[in-house]
Design a binder for this molecule. Structure first.
Ligand code: SME
Length: 155
C-alpha cells in the first residue's frame, strides 16, 4: 500500500485546515475551503467533499470538489451511510465489491469515508473517491481523522 499524500505535507494539511476555517461564519464557508484543500492534497482523487448529517440522521450533500453527486444518502446506505451508522472510517479498495456502494461516477473505483464525530455523534463525513483501485490506505485515514477532529469544532 502506498500513502497518497507526500509525507512532508501531512502536517501542512492539518495546519492549512486549521487556518482555513472560521467558527463564526456559516459552516458551508469553512467546509468549502476544506474540500479544496483535501482535494488538492490527495493524489489521484476525482472527488472530495462532505456529507452532513440532518435531523433525521441521514446525510445531505455538502461542499465538494469534483462532479455533481448524489444529494441525499440515507442512514446505513452506501459507504457514507455505513460510516455514519458504524461511526467508523471505511477504506474501500474496490467499490464494486462494497455491498450497496452508491456510484456517483462510473469511473470511480476506490473510496475512503471518514466520520466527523462531535459528542459521540457523527455530524458529517468526509468522502474521497478515486478512479484508481486501491488508492487509499491507513496512512490516509490517519490524516483525514486528524482533519475530522479539527473540523468537529465547527459543529
Ligand atoms: N460513493 C458514496 C456516495 C457519494 S459519492 O462517492 C460522491 C457512497 O457509497 O456512499
Amino acid at each position: 500500500m502506498h500513502c497518497s499524500v507526500i509525507q512532508g505535507k501531512v502536517d501542512d494539511l492539518v495546519l492549512a485546515v486549521k487556518f482555513s476555517i472560521n467558527k463564526d461564519l456559516p459552516l458551508v464557508s469553512s467546509l468549502a475551503n476544506c474540500s479544496k484543500l483535501i482535494y488538492d492534497y490527495f493524489d489521484n482523487t476525482s472527488w472530495a467533499g462532505f456529507y452532513i448529517t440532518d435531523d433525521k440522521n441521514n446525510l445531505y450533500l455538502g461542499p465538494f470538489q469534483g462532479d455533481t453527486a448524489t444529494m441525499y444518502i440515507e442512514y446505513g446506505f452506501g459507504v457514507c451511510g455505513k460510516s455514519l451508522a458504524d461511526k467508523k472510517t471505511y477504506i474501500v479498495p474496490n467499490v464494486h465489491e462494497f455491498p450497496g456502494h452508491i456510484a456517483c461516477s462510473s469511473l470511480s473505483n476506490s473510496e475512503i469515508v471518514v466520520p466527523i464525530i462531535k459528542n459521540n455523534k457523527v455530524v458529517a463525513v468526509i468522502d474521497l473517491d478515486s478512479n484508481l483501485y486501491n488508492n487509499y490506505d491507513e496512512d490516509d485515514s490517519l490524516i483525514l481523522e486528524k482533519v475530522a477532529l479539527v473540523l468537529s469544532e465547527l459543529f
